[in-house]
Each structure stands twice: as C-alpha cells, then as structure tokens.
Ligand binder design. Sequence first.
Ligand code: NZQ
Ligand code: ZN
Length: 384
Amino acid sequence: MLNFNFKNQTEILFGQGQLSEVPARLPANAKVLFLYGGGSIKNNGIYDQVMRTLADADVVEFQGVEPNPEYETLMKAVHTARDNQVNFILAVGGGSVIDGAKFIAAAVNFEGNPWDILVAGASFDNPLPVGAVLTLPATGSESNGNSVVTRKETAQKRAFSSESVQPVFAVLDPEFTFSLPPRQVSNGVVDAFVHVIEQYLTYPVNAPLQDRFAEGILQTLVTEGPKALATPEDYDVRANVMWSATMALNGLIGKGVPQDWATHMIGHELTALYNLDHAVTLAIVLPSLMYVQRDQKKAKILQLGERVFGITSGDDATRIDLTIKAVQDFFECMQIQTRLSDHNVEKAGIDDIVANLERNGMTALGEHGDIDLARAREILTLAA
Ligand code: NZQ
Ligand code: ZN
C-alpha cells in the first residue's frame, strides 16, 4: 500500500427528514446564498422545504446553474454573493450546482481573474463555507473538494480541487431523488461506477481492503442501479445508490492505491466539444480504454471480472474480453449507449478531441502516464 493522509470534513446527514438539521449548522447571522439549478426543485417540493428550513436566515437566491456549470453563469453568482455580502452558500441540486457553489466560494474573495483558479492552479484566500443538499447521487461532489467548470466560448471543461471549499455538511435524503428522470438515474449510477473504476482498475499494490471497498461499491451499483430505474420510489434502493455514489468519491477508496482518471479526462473533452452528459462520455470511453490498456491492467481486470461479474472460466485473454463486455453490457442495461456514433459524434471529430486534449495538457494520462495523444486517439477510434 502507498503512503497517504486521509481526512474528510463533510458531515453526512443521511436519511429522511434530515434537512431539519441544517439551521443548527449555519453561521450566526447567516446570510445564505441559496444556489440551485434549472428549477427541478420547484417541481418536486424541495425548494419549499429548503425555504421553510431557512426561515430564520437572510436568504439570497440564485437560480440557473446549468448541467456542466458555466463559468459565465457562476461569475454572475459571484457578483450576487459579493453585492449581498453573503457568509454561506447552500447548494441544492446535483454535482453541477455543488461544483458551482465551490467555485463561487473560492472566487468571491479572489482579487485576480477567477478563471486562473481553474486553469493556472491559482491559490485563493478566505473561501466562503459551503453546505450541500444533494438531489442527484452521482459525482460525490457533496463530500469532496472537486469542482468542474465549463467555459463554452473556449470549449474548455476544467477543474480545481481544494479541501477549503469542500461542503461542511451534506444532506442525503433518498426521497429527494424520487423525482429524477430515468436519464439522470442512469447517469448517476454510471458516473459512480466509473469513479470506483478509476481508483481500482490500475495495478495491484497489495491493498486488499481498498479492493474490497471498491468491489463492494461496484457490486452494489450493479445490482441496485437497474432497480432504481425499474422501481423509482423504492426508498431502500435509492438509499443504497445514494450512499454508494458518495462513498465512490469521498476520498476513502483511493487512498494508498494508484489512480487512473484517463476516462474522465478524455470524457471531459467530449462534453466540452459535444455537450454530451458527463456519464455518457465515460460509458463511451471506458470499455475502449480497458481494451487498449488490457496488458497494463491485466491483473485488476481479471480480479474485477471474477469478483464483481463472476467471470471465472476461460484463459486470461477470454476473461478480459468477457469482463470488458460485462462492463459495456452494464452501461447498456442502464440505458446508456457506448459508441461515439450512438451519440452523433462522427469519426472526423476525433481530431478535435485529440487537439483539445493537447491544448489542455492531457498528454500523459493514466496510472502509468502512458496514454499519450496517439493512444487517446486509438481509444477514441475503437469507440467510434
Ligand atoms: O438543474 P436542475 O433543475 O437541478 O435539474 C438537474 C439537471 O437538469 C436534474 N436534477 C437533479 N436532481 C434532480 C433533477 N431532476 C429531477 N429531480 C431531481 N431530484 O438533473 C440534471 C443534471 O444535473 P447535474 O447536477 O448536471 O448532474 P450531475 O450530478 O451528474 O453533475 C454533473 C457535473 O458534475 C461534474 C461533471 O463533470 C458535471 O459537470 N463532476 C463533478 C465531480 C466532482 N465534483 O467530484 C466528479 C465527476 O466526475 C464529474 O466530473
Ligand atoms: Zn465522474
């Protein structure tokens, strides 16, 4: 096992009715920026519940953080936060709203150009505290320090990470996910699955506990994910999906082990250029990446096949092929198609994707840094 430091500051408030815990966790004289997305919370009643919960606080609303949150929109929210001198941000939504809240928190007291936080790793002081009410289990954003922001005018999707903007609390009420459209249920399950894969499917470092954590989450997603589509109002299914997605990217399972993240980095370019849903990009890239990296990842692919999908017979090459197919079948069973052509991205577009990878410095990806532009092209061509 590799050395590591581990701390997760987010207090998880899990289960029905836990929104009521929020007021006790706001600062004194709370002036809250209540940040949310396109309005789904107004249709499912969460907005009203949050407003009742914030009855004793001074509240400034900001609506309209879009999926794959836009820099321009978030900068408007930064000005709202500054103009109103808020002292807390409550993000109510999925990963986009929570990621957006983290960027706003970092940018509010930043004196330079906030874009530099995303592209130049600029450090910032005095971020605002953030709290999260999660409505879409997927990204793990509710209990990590990552924030991914898109800038349409330059077709860039960039990230920063800082513990200082990680939510201080996260309300995880499975009932808040009942209203999710099937497409977002699928996206969430597939995104969480791939988060585990990025931290598991590398090479063995004798870390059996991390392996078992990872395999436990993968197995739970493989069995519960399809049930969340089939029986959307099953509380226990939603609860298990929600907790799996949080555990997939709260830092724990990645400690002491190598990590990959190439699928995500290539996927981000697909979203930046073609506006594909984040999880869709992962479902397209991962099977082909597994195929191209099958030698480097051999031991872990075989272990994944055996322990998660029950693939135990055949020679190694056959078992690897069957495992890749099992992953692909799982994505398709979650109603996400796995080819670029299924999503109207032409083969000719691969040049643009590779050029964007180069522009963003993504030229040595993967746990060995051996996915260069030529190999990224090979992966994308296989996924065409
Ligand atoms: O905008 P609203 O009205 O909130 O509707 C959203 C949005 O249209 C809707 N939705 C959310 N909860 C709902 C609901 N609709 C009905 N009922 C509910 N309960 O779902 C749509 C998608 O929401 P979004 O927040 O965009 O989805 P997700 O949580 O998948 O977040 C995706 C973003 O997170 C980033 C992605 O790149 C992408 O920008 N990621 C963040 C990560 C992190 N912070 O660690 C890691 C991930 O790998 C990922 O990159
Ligand atoms: Zn992801």
